[in-house]
Design a binder for this molecule. Sequence first.
Ligand code: HPA
Length: 316
Amino acid sequence: MRVAPISGQRLFPRAYEEGADDFDAGSGLRYHRFMPTELSLFDKAAAAAARIRALSPHTPRIGVILGSGLGGFGSQVEDATVIPCADIPHFPQSTVEGHSGNLILGTVSRVPVAVMQGRVHAYEGYPLDAVTFPARVLGLLGCRTLIVTNAAGGINTSYKPGSLVVLSDHINFTGTNAALGPNEPRFGLGPNAGLRFFDMSTAYTPALRAIAHAEAAKLAIPLEDGVYLAVLGPSFETPAEIRAFRTLGADLVGMSTVHEVIVARHMGLDVLGISLVTNFAAGITAAPLNHLEVMEEGRLAETRFTALLKAILPEI
Ligand code: HPA
């Protein structure tokens, strides 16, 4: 089928264009044909994983997604293959400062890992398939554990900026769900995985939470436990929203993580979540919130965060 001519700009996703260009000698115009060349999400993730395998000798066992201001952990990876996300087919690229956009394969504390330095967010306008694409690819690369980290606002007033918190559970307040759409059983990577309806009652693997607390105690790093509530963003919350979220049982608020955790659980991966509290949530103090303090707290917490993660990895 013929569709409208284009002049320079891309009307359709790349997959429609590849191999589908048509030059009309009569009019001198280039046309695109709507051809059924759009790959499935699974095929795209498999293609991305295949490219990564071709670029790195490492087979990662644990995937790590680094949140805002926490990308410095990437420099801990030894024997590293650093792959810019732009070099991986179908990989989304972040537009947010503090998310550098590399996938790093190598070892940390002798454990083969794949570290996503930066992530993309729904508030950037990305569909959830893009937001969760790296998590899916980490699964296809062989990771059976996903460690998700983020910067968050502290709702629980016993937290301070700089507190590290292991997620005990989450509240998805984004109004959407990353598993929306037709179910893809091929993403089921373990027993009882890839199901249409899947359990979230132990979304954050209890044994991994116990390891995190045991290692933090050995290192004398204070580590809290808490429930993370995800909003869509990008506006920070109002004080009334924060009071409501506290009533709902939330200790932390942020704009990420829950979507990746949902697809990880769909795939059957074990999940550990760690938040860095970068600020008191809105209304707790009179100070207005800003992204710069989020980045600055990340930098200040880097030594503790890195030491904790390096201790946790070999225990998994
Ligand atoms: N709200 C939402 N997301 C955040 C915050 C916050 O206060 N701090 C860091 N990420």
